[in-house]
Design a protein around this ligand. Structure first.
Ligand code: CA
Length: 216
């Protein structure tokens, strides 16, 4: 079940959204000011934020970059006729907006569409000239598919999923080759080398005496 955080100080609007989302089967968290909203953003697993702009303590524009930094899709709740607010929110990276007062059907449709888009993006990772499609087990370089073995892809997938963090050779060996494999960490080194060559990237860094890390 997707968790939606509503950050809105006007109680009747919050209640109305809550009612509709509840019926549609979403799990709901509510915040009535910016600080409370931020508290949730930092401590809870949230799939989508509905963000009002005029809020006590911290307004929507202050909060938006903090939400986006956590990679949480966000729909702005804007007042009617405030075209400037809509444009500004989208410019700042919000995924969509709805205008108050809104139709429940419209709000639900937008939430659904933003969540669907976010789910697709999560399985696609871009860096350098590479596009890694985790679900399809496919890597494209400049739009052309790179021929990787199963193990090479699995290795790359782990590095991507732990992007920015070092993975030890032992851990990679254990995860990619399982325990059944009578190999040693040299196997990991060889595969990494092949991956670097095939992908033509210098983003897979060697961490001295530890293992490897995919650079952010
Ligand atoms: Ca407000």
């Amino acid at each position: 079940m997707s968790v939606v955080l509503i950050i809105e100080d006007e109680e009747p609007i919050r209640e109305l959204i809550k009612l509709n989302l509840d019926m549609a089967g979403y799990e709901i968290l509510e915040a009535c000011d910016g600080e409370e909203g931020l508290e949730y953003i930092n401590n809870e697993k949230i799939d989508l934020v509905l963000l009002d702009i005029m809020l006590p303590k911290q307004d929507g524009y202050e909060l938006l970059p903090k939400i986006l930094k956590k990679n949480i899709p966000t729909i702005m709740l804007t007042a009617k006729d405030k075209l400037k607010d809509k444009v500004k929110g989208l410019d700042m990276g919000a995924d969509d907006y709805v205008t108050k007062p809104f139709e429940a059907m419209e709000l639900l449709a937008r939430i659904k569409s933003v969540l669907r888009r976010a789910a697709t993006e999560k399985t696609k990772v871009l860096f350098d000239d590479l596009e890694i499609c985790l679900e399809q087990w496919k890597v494209l370089k400049d739009g052309k598919e790179v021929d990787l073995t199963y193990k090479e892809f699995d290795l790359l997938r782990l590095l991507v999923q732990n992007k920015g963090n070092a993975m030890s050779r032992e851990r990679l060996l254990e995860l990619v080759w399982d325990y059944e494999f009578e190999g040693n960490t040299r196997t990991v080194d060889m595969h990494i080398q092949r991956l670097r060559n095939k992908l033509g990237t210098d983003k897979i860094k060697t961490i001295y005496k530890v293992g490897y890390r995919l650079e952010d």
